[in-house]
Design a protein around this ligand. Structure first.
Ligand SMILES: Nc1ncnc2c1ncn2[C@@H]1O[C@H](COP(=O)(O)OP(=O)(O)O)[C@@H](O)[C@H]1O
Ligand SMILES: [Mg+2]
Length: 358
């Protein structure tokens, strides 16, 4: 049994480690030199949409999955008749376009912030009138880690937003003054078995995830968020791990976006859950029974961004995961996970780790 993975970054690497534990071979496609997952299996070095490489992967693997969502859907269509691909292309398609994604949430009765499609400069004025300010303008495609976004706080910034982002398909969203952000990670297998991880509370800075903690005290929210994730799983006839990011405002949950893949806000599950999101993703696409998603304590994960300093390496708390990437500003290079017996202890440990991180 061999799994083909499109993308060999840190998510591919962690999938590769999980595959090794299940005694399953993995093979990757990635355009970069010596990517993080190279230590887990053979990497075909090529662009993600190269037909020759994709067919070579499809011909030598029993099932294909992917670790990031910006693969052209046409690339998957090239090989879908050769080998099963999970999660399904329909999920990938919706997640690649913020407008499609929002329409899907609305169709499934999942609450979400107000939005307005933007094609012209006039549409921005219309959006401001409808949604009010502040609002955030985002590119519909290819955004990640807060890139391709402009927060318009006052009317005199409308021109600037257009200067910066105009000329591509955009969407404006109502700015949500949330209490905090959460994500709900769910998984569905080929045979239709579904499992949900406890909700993670996420802290972003400059649009990049800094830390995630799970579980935290929010039974009611967990139930509601799991119900929304389940609607997505059923509607998309989904197979694999999915992550739904939401804003929490009082008792209200508003969907922000979903990712059809294993997710940074679920890394805590390697140490903090009986079965990690990576193992359950593989179980789902191999049609194995899912493992329990019960937490084994109170977990917290801190991302290591831009550098892993000597102070961070020396601080001695938690499990350090170093993806082996070259340091670059804003780049996710690794993470540290702590697991404690109580939420208070977990929060204290996260604080210690945070204080060693720039
Ligand atoms: N409508 C919004 N209201 C308030 N904050 C937002 C809104 N949209 C995005 N943000 C903030 O920016 C972060 C990144 O935006 P997101 O839409 O998740 O894009 P990305 O694909 O870069 O993760 C969010 O996690 C949140 O902190
Ligand atoms: Mg996001």
């Amino acid at each position: 049994m061999r799994i083909g993975i499109i993308g060999a970054g840190q998510l591919g690497q962690m999938l590769g480690f999980a595959a090794r534990d299940l005694d399953i071979e993995v093979r990757f496609i990635d355009p970069t030199d010596n990517p993080p997952a190279a230590q887990c299996g053979k990497v075909i070095q090529s662009p993600f949409d190269d037909p020759v490489a994709l067919i070579a992967l499809a011909d030598t693997c029993d099932v294909i999955t992917y670790e990031f969502e910006n693969i052209p859907v046409t690339a998957l269509q090239l090989i879908e008749n050769i080998v099963p691909i999970y999660p399904p292309a329909a999920a990938l398609k919706h997640s690649q376009d913020r407008l499609d994604e929002k329409k899907l949430f609305a169709e499934l009765g999942i609450p979400l912030p107000g939005y307005h499609a933007i094609g012209t400069r006039e549409d921005i004025d219309e959006a401001a009138a409808r949604l009010g300010l502040p609002m955030v303008i985002k590119t519909r495609r290819f955004g990640y880690d807060g890139k391709g976004q402009f927060v318009v706080r006052t009317a005199d910034e409308l021109d600037q937003a257009w200067d910066e982002l105009g000329g591509q398909a955009l969407i404006a969203e109502q700015w949500i003054r949330f209490d905090y952000e959460v994500s709900c990670i769910g998984v569905r297998s080929i045979r239709g078995e579904v499992a949900m991880y406890p909700l993670a509370r996420n802290i972003h800075r400059d649009g990049i995830l800094r830390s995630s903690s799970s579980p935290f005290d929010a039974a009611k929210l967990t139930e509601k968020a799991s119900e929304y994730v389940n609607r997505l799983l059923q509607h998309l006839d989904y197979v694999g791990v999915i992550a739904l990011e939401l804003f929490v405002s009082g008792d209200e949950l508003l969907a922000n976006e979903f990712a059809p893949r294993v997710h940074n806000s679920g890394h805590w599950s390697i140490e903090g859950s009986e079965t990690s999101q990576f193992e359950n993703h593989l179980r789902a696409i191999l049609d194995l029974p899912l493992g329990p998603t019960t937490g084994v304590g109170f977990a917290g994960m801190v991302n290591l961004i831009g550098e892993i300093s000597a102070a961070t390496r020396a601080q001695g708390v938690g499990e350090l995961h170093d993806y082996g990437k070259t340091a670059r500003e804003g780049r996710k290079l690794g993470h540290i996970t702590v697991v404690a017996d109580t939420a208070e202890q977990r929060d204290a440990l996260v604080e210690i780790v945070n204080s060693s991180v720039t």
